[in-house]
Design a protein around this ligand. Structure first.
Ligand SMILES: O=P(O)(O)OC[C@H]1O[C@](O)(CO)[C@@H](O)[C@@H]1O
Length: 256
């Protein structure tokens, strides 16, 4: 794996041989951050991409390398209308892939409540809760094929806060694979805003697979634009892109 700083862009790019190596690298970065600050505040992501990272973190917990006892976590997003026990809710995903297997205090794992009576008020309270604990130390991100981060779809304002959003057609179509039929995919979600994400002290973007190559190139090489939300990450002072070969395949060699 090469670990050089990029040329024209601010983010550090780590290019790993395959998805497992990239996932392991991200788990190592998270483990190092928790070791340095046991009462860390983590921002966590869902989707297919981080599953292996969570597997490595669970393995690290089991062999005593990482301890979540004092940590707090805030997830990026949740579908509106899905209860915590719905198998496609992001709360369910987090319990299944991480929380049920490690020693986070259940009181300190925050995921937006997709069934809140007043989702607008809930979103704003979520943002305030992040502030109350001192902000996110390390935010893990995945990326949508259209460049979304969290559920901040193209066109989301750079200063946006945690809020209720409409999902893009392409996101609904893409996520339909997890539901019995496309019409079961919720059309709305609560997501941390881009401004909320930007307040994290450190951001780690994990992207794997050839389907992410184009948007990774746009995010790192094109001028930052709200049309490709992940490209705005160029403007953050501490971002690391951890990529496998396939996701990095449209980047010039000098970048990684
Ligand atoms: O890792 P995947 O499944 O490609 O998803 C990428 C992004 O899409 C989402 O799953 C939302 O559609 C995000 O949570 C994630 O960052």
């Amino acid at each position: 794996m090469s670990t050089e700083k990029t040329g024209p862009t601010q983010p550090i790019v780590l290019r790993c041989p395959d998805a497992d190596a990239a996932s392991r690298k991200v788990a190592d970065l998270i483990t190092e951050a928790i070791t340095a600050k046991p009462a860390i505040v983590l921002g966590l992501a869902t989707g297919a991409t981080p599953i292996q990272t969570y597997e490595h973190l669970v393995a690290g917990f089991r062999n005593g390398r990482v301890d979540f006892r004092h940590a707090t976590s805030f997830n990026l997003d949740e579908y509106i209308g899905l209860e915590a026990k719905h198998p496609q809710s992001y709360r369910y995903y987090m319990q299944q892939h991480l929380f049920d297997h490690v020693n986070f205090s259940p009181m300190r794992t925050y995921v937006p409540d997709g069934c809140a009576d007043d989702p607008v008020a809930h979103a704003s309270a979520y943002d305030q809760e992040i502030g109350r604990v001192g902000g996110i130390d390390l935010q893990l991100l995945g990326i949508g094929r259209n460049g979304h981060i969290g559920f901040n779809e193209p066109g989301s304002p750079a200063a946006s806060r945690t809020r209720v959003v409409d999902l893009a057609e392409v996101t609904i179509k893409n996520n339909a694979r997890y539901f019995d039929s496309p019409d079961q995919v919720p059309k709305k979600a609560i997501t941390m805003g881009i401004g909320t994400i930007f307040e994290a002290k450190q951001i780690v973007m994990l992207a794997t697979g050839a389907s992410k190559a184009k948007v990774i190139r746009q995010s790192l090489l094109d001028p930052p634009t709200e049309s490709v939300p992940a490209s705005l990450l160029q403007l953050h002072s501490s971002v690391t892109f951890v990529l496998d070969e396939a996701a990095a395949s449209e980047l010039p060699d000098e970048i990684c």
